[in-house]
Write a protein of this length. Structure first.
Lengths: 329, 202
């Protein structure tokens, strides 16, 4: 069984900083090429430079021990799309801001504070947090509250396995998560879009559900900054904003913790935020979604019906038995 | 005085072609697949933006004419207004056919129940009578009522700006300045009209 290993990079694989800093230019040039050529040849397709298939800077590959558990057969989103179309407001509110503005973000070294109602608490280095666990690949649907969705092969470990090691007490009814807050590395923090730092939370039984994972990678490699490096939550039956990124604090609480979007607009975003086609957002319907997935590109036919609990009803519906999901949205 | 050539008339084909450039670029980008990961969202956003830009350009003609003293500016106004209608119609068609195509029940629900979509749809609806009555013959036929009818453009402006502001997430407007910038430009163009009347009287 493979374990998480701290990075050991031969210096030859390190991208020189000058190249790294110019990476956007390469992408931009590649993207602009079709425009430049199409006009003069009339055969735009043949001459157009292909959209890069992977990000410019290679990310460290991960050893994955377990594959195939909870893997959806839906066509996957291209890696370039999943890593260039992100909501991570600490880097800016446009979809391409996180990839563009996260160059200064340092994901190493990293530590996480464990606090609250548990036998073991304190600050732990990420390596120590992950060491005892085998890395698993989970191919999950990701449904954004904005009514688009992706299919992403995450690499991570079951959240429950990590939480249990800290021996939460009977008072631990909820788990609260906090994102790192580093204004010098995260330019979006200078705008009071949300009450920073970003916070999220789960009920303890949701957190302990086998579908909930702590992810450290995607597409076989470590998470890039824009996807929440180095450690993020993935809770596939809830809207994307519940899957908090770049976690620095995990606290076991007795009361339901405050969560950022709920604090910002309680009438639009509830604590539970389970994907629910029946309960529409005040400003748009949640009955269907635009799926960003697959090779090539089609204008028509991207819209699909949204499934209750994002298609994971069989696994998680029992958690909410007897609850009014319209009220507890 | 020698008879000067009609420069405005001569320039109109160029303005017309230029106004079609955004569409041409979008068509090209669609063909090349360079509209980003969510191409439908990009098409919706871009056509909506161009509709709003042409609408604001239309509304800027009167203030510009008064500030500059160039009466000939007025002769571009109809074309700009019709292009606003053209891009707004594209925006709506892309939303209805490309984005929501097939999900018909949802379309009616969204237009009727979702306020930001309702105001957007209303803005487009109100543009129809203005487009229909934009010909010289209609101007003559309607006489004084024509000007009164075309004041609808102010309501269209309010709805269009609201449509843009409203869809942005709560609190996000602080960072996503774009909708706010357009709202401010619209407000300035409106304030100019309010200020103009008393200053002329005094």
């Amino acid at each position: 069984m493979s374990r998480y290993r701290p990075p050991r990079l031969p210096s030859s694989t390190i991208t020189p900083e000058s190249v790294w800093l110019r990476r956007r230019d390469f992408i931009r040039a590649a993207l602009a090429a079709p425009f430049a050529l199409a006009g003069c040849t009339g055969e735009g397709k043949a001459d157009a430079a292909p959209v890069p298939a992977a990000p410019a800077a290679p990310r460290r590959a991960l050893d994955v021990a377990v594959r195939g558990r909870y893997a959806t057969n839906d066509p996957q989103t291209r890696e370039i799309d999943a890593t260039s179309y992100n909501n991570y407001y600490e880097f800016g509110t446009d979809k391409d801001d996180p990839a563009r503005n996260s160059g200064r973000f340092k994901a190493e070294p990293w530590s996480v504070e464990i606090a609250g109602h548990a036998a073991r608490t304190g600050r732990f280095a990420l390596e120590d947090l992950l060491k005892p666990h085998a890395l698993e690949e989970r191919i999950y649907r990701l449904r954004c509250v904005e009514a688009w969705s992706m299919v992403i092969p995450w690499i991570g470990i079951p959240l429950a396995d990590v939480l249990k090691r800290f021996e939460p007490t009977a008072q631990a009814k909820y788990v609260a998560f906090t994102t790192v807050e580093r204004p010098r590395e995260m330019p979006g923090l200078s705008y009071p879009v949300l009450d920073w730092p970003y916070r999220e939370g789960l009920r303890i039984d949701e957190a302990m559900h086998p579908l909930s994972i702590l992810a450290v990678g995607l597409y076989g490699r470590v998470l890039p900054a824009q996807n929440g490096a180095p450690l993020r939550l993935v809770v596939p039956w809830k809207y994307g904003y519940k899957s908090i990124k770049s976690i620095v604090r995990i606290e076991f609480t007795e009361r339901q913790p405050a969560t950022s979007w709920n604090v910002s607009a309680p009438h639009e975003y509830g604590f539970y935020s389970n994907v629910n086609p029946e309960v529409s957002h005040p400003r748009w319907s949640q009955a269907s979604e635009r799926r960003i997935a697959g090779e090539g590109f089609n204008l028509l036919g991207n819209r699909i019906r949204t499934l209750p609990f994002n298609g994971y009803a069989e696994e998680v519906a029992a958690l909410y038995a007897g609850m009014d999901l319209r009220r507890h949205h | 005085m020698t008879r000067r050539p009609d420069r405005v008339a001569a320039s109109k084909p160029f303005v017309f072609t230029a106004a079609l450039l955004p569409l041409a670029l979008l068509v090209l980008a669609t063909r090349n697949g360079s509209l980003g990961p969510d191409p439908v969202a990009t098409l919706e956003h871009e056509t909506g933006l161009w509709a709003l830009r042409f609408l604001l350009a239309t509304l800027a003609i009167t203030p510009l004419r008064q500030l500059s003293g160039w009466p000939w500016l007025l002769r571009y106004r109809r074309m700009l207004g019709l292009f606003a209608f053209f891009y707004a119609s594209l925006h709506l068609v892309i939303y209805l056919v490309v984005d929501l195509g097939g999900f018909w029940a949802q379309i009616f629900g969204e237009i009727a129940k979702k306020p930001f979509i309702t105001v957007g749809f209303l803005a487009w609806l109100l543009m129809i009578p203005l487009a229909v009555t934009s010909t010289k013959a209609m101007m003559r036929r309607l006489g004084r009522r024509w000007a009164r009818l075309h004041r609808l453009v102010y309501a269209i402006g309010v709805f269009a700006v609201l449509h843009f502001l409203w869809q942005v997430k709560w609190g996000e407007t602080i960072a996503a300045l774009e909708p706010v910038v357009y709202a401010v430009i619209f407000a300035v163009l409106m304030l100019f009209r309010l200020r103009r009347t008393p200053s002329r009287a005094g």
